[in-house]
Design a protein around this ligand. Structure first.
Ligand code: NI
Length: 176
C-alpha cells in the first residue's frame, strides 16, 4: 500500500453520498488509477467494499472484496455494475459502512444475485455472487444510487441512528 494513494472517505452528511452516480462510457487510465486508490483506501480502512462516491467521485465504480468470508479473498474493481437477477430468498445480517461512523444494523439483502458489469480490463462480464459477496455488491450499488444502508431500516430506527450520528459528528468539530 502507498499512503499517497489514500483518498479521504466522505462521511454521512456529505451531499456526494446522496447523488445518483453517472455511468462511465469507457475505461481510462484515470479510472484505473481511481480503482487503485479506492482499493488502497478501502484496505487501509479495513473495509470489504467501497464505492466511488465515498471518495467524492460521482461515477459508477465500485471495489469489492470477493470471498471476504473465505480463505481466498480478492479485491476487484467493477464499472457500471447492475443486478440483472436476484433470488427470492433474503437474509438479515449485521452491516456497517465506512461513510457512517460507529454504526451497524441488521439489513435484509438477497442471498444470491447475478451481476453485469465491466471489469478492470474493460471487458463486459456477467457472474453470480452469493452470501457476503452478494451483500457487499448490493451495498455498493446502493451507494451509486445515493442510498445508505440505514435508509433500509424502519423510520423509527433511522431516527435513532441519525440523532446519534448528528451528535457524534458535531462533537468532532473543533470550536474556537
Ligand atoms: Ni458503505
Amino acid at each position: 500500500m502507498n499512503e499517497k494513494n489514500f483518498r479521504k472517505i466522505r462521511i454521512y452528511g456529505d451531499p456526494v453520498l446522496r447523488q445518483r452516480a453517472s455511468e462511465i462510457p469507457t475505461i481510462s487510465p484515470e479510472i484505473r488509477f481511481l480503482m487503485t486508490q479506492m482499493k488502497e483506501t478501502m484496505q487501509n480502512a479495513r473495509g470489504v467494499g467501497l464505492a466511488a462516491p465515498q471518495v467524492g467521485e460521482s461515477i459508477r465504480v465500485i471495489v469489492v472484496m470477493f470471498g471476504a468470508d473465505t480463505d481466498q479473498s480478492s479485491i476487484r474493481g467493477l464499472i457500471n455494475p447492475e443486478i440483472i437477477w436476484h433470488s427470492e430468498e433474503t437474509d438479515m445480517c449485521e452491516e456497517g459502512c465506512l461513510s457512517v461512523p460507529d454504526t451497524s444494523a441488521r439489513i435484509k439483502r438477497w442471498i444470491e444475485i447475478k451481476v453485469r458489469a465491466v471489469d478492470e480490463e474493460g471487458n463486459p462480464v456477467e457472474f453470480s455472487a452469493s452470501n457476503l459477496t452478494a451483500r457487499i455488491i448490493q451495498h455498493e450499488i446502493d451507494h451509486l444510487d445515493g442510498i445508505l444502508f440505514i435508509d433500509r431500516l424502519s423510520m423509527l430506527k433511522q431516527e435513532i441512528i441519525v440523532r446519534k450520528l448528528k451528535k457524534a459528528l458535531k462533537k468532532e468539530t473543533p470550536r474556537m
